[in-house]
Design a protein. Sequence first.
Length: 136
Amino acid sequence: MTLQNSAYVAGRAGLASLFLLGGLNKLFSGDATSSRLQEIGLEPIGVFLSLTIGFELIAGLTLAVGIRFAWIAAMGLAAFTLTTNALFHRFWELDGELAALELSLFFKNIAIAGALLALASVEYASLKQRAVLTVK
């Protein structure tokens, strides 16, 4: 395996771990997430929590393993991350240190979404290239 391939696999696994660990954390201690969902008015909480856990685990695993649909998982996780930003990191409504913290989290998520979109692009291009090679 080349350095480029190793770095790519490690980067993909690193991104996936964020969502796998997030899903597992919500699965085993969902009270904090339930409270946050209730604060912003997402009802029914149980449905949203279950969907979030399932999505993070399935998409995270798909991304980690790098199977055929990894590009779809990466796109979905990017959209999920940006939605999370809009719902939970509303720094513009806050003041002081809390606003600074939420601003930092907001732009960290922008960076993660950007990395996921780049990954989706590479995965999709690789999938198309494999399809062309298979046809030849």
